[in-house]
Design a protein around this ligand. Structure first.
Ligand code: ATP
Ligand code: MG
Length: 317
């Protein structure tokens, strides 16, 4: 039995060395770094001691070796990570612009990641979990949506909980079936982990963020909604309760992966039986720590690192 399982894109990421670097000119890149939003989530949860299982697909190449080696080094079960003999491991190139925004070139749909399947034995292994986490970025094609839906239905039937980070990507929501799949997961999740931008996407005219959150709580079966607010920390809603946790003060080096680490730390903490208030403090610290380190998965942290950060910030969990 796993504490947490997840499924989705695995890739090798390359980061432009210079801020403002363009993709239409020759330049230098750091990398490859192991990456993929669900993988960052899984790594964070595993480093905090959770028993984590992963399903995905990489190529039969060095990038695939890199990604699998990292998952294994974190103690993640990779029995449902497939190797594709024909397509290479997915890749992403990222460049930070002068205004702090990010530009990406993804090669996922035509990579190994785009041909992931979930065999019956892999489904059974993966769904023996207490929490199954879905990243909206993984709902990128009809086949990928089908995998997530099968896993979610099986986990629910076996009594597990679904956590869902919508991670709404503007370039994905226009694709056939993607926004429907996001809304479908919203209706099926127990724990919902949006950012401000995700709630904007779900808002109705005239609503502020708080009103949107309250409406979603009232109209869906979820028991917990945690709103991620970048440097401002987070706000959680559970039943009639509201918990607000201020962000830790850190120097931001690379914001990629903060939300994924936040989610991984939160679900790992809840799976370990921690109180919500304590889980939120640890998640906040995990997100803050993530932005101080260059590289998508490089900023994942263990419990001791998070406790040090909280002590240094004077936070009493
Ligand atoms: P991502 O860009 O990875 O998808 P997200 O938009 O889902 O992230 P954010 O709100 O940006 O989520 O970050 C998640 C959490 O990380 C925040 O709720 C906060 O706890 C922490 N965090 C992010 N940025 C900062 C920062 N600059 N300073 C302190 N904490 C931060
Ligand atoms: Mg963000």
């Amino acid at each position: 039995m796993f504490d947490i399982a997840t499924s989705g894109e695995l890739l090798a990421e390359f980061m432009a060395e210079t801020r403002g670097q363009r993709f239409d000119a020759t330049g230098r890149f750091h990398g490859p770094f192991p990456s993929g939003a669900p993988a960052i989530f899984a790594s964070q949860a595993a480093r905090m001691g959770a028993r984590v299982a992963y399903a995905g697909r990489v190529g039969d190449d060095g990038f695939g070796d890199l990604v699998i080696a990292r998952l294994q080094a974190d103690g993640i079960d990779v029995a449902a990570v497939q190797r594709d003999g024909e397509r290479p491991t997915g890749t992403a190139f990222v460049s930070y612009q002068q205004d702090g925004s990010r530009q990406f070139i993804f090669n996922l749909a035509h990579s190994a990641a785009g041909r992931q399947t979930l065999e019956d034995d892999q489904l059974e292994r993966l769904t023996a979990c207490r929490y199954f986490h879905v990243m909206g970025s993984s709902l990128s094609s009809p086949a990928a949506i089908g995998i997530v839906k099968r896993a979610v239905a099986r986990v629910r039937a076996r009594g597990g909980k679904i956590s869902f980070d919508p991670n709404v990507r503007p370039e994905l929501v226009g694709r056939p079936g993607v926004s429907e799949a996001l809304l479908d997961l919203l209706a099926r999740c127990d724990i919902f982990l949006p950012s401000d931008a995700d709630l904007d996407w779900l808002s109705e005219p005239g609503e502020d963020i708080e009103q949107t959150a309250m409406r979603l709580m009232a109209s869906h079966a979820m028991s917990l909604l945690v709103l991620k607010r970048a440097a401002s920390g987070c706000v959680a809603y559970r039943g009639g309760e509201r918990f607000e946790v201020a962000g830790l003060t850190v120097t931001e080096v690379d914001p990629t992966g903060a939300g994924d680490c936040f989610g991984g730390a939160l679900i790992a903490s809840l799976a370990a039986g921690r109180e919500l208030s304590e889980a939120l403090c640890l998640a906040n610290a995990a997100g803050a720590h993530a932005v101080t380190v260059l590289g998508p998965m490089e900023g994942c942290s263990d419990l001791a690192t998070l406790e040090q950060r909280l002590v240094a910030a004077g936070v009493d969990e």
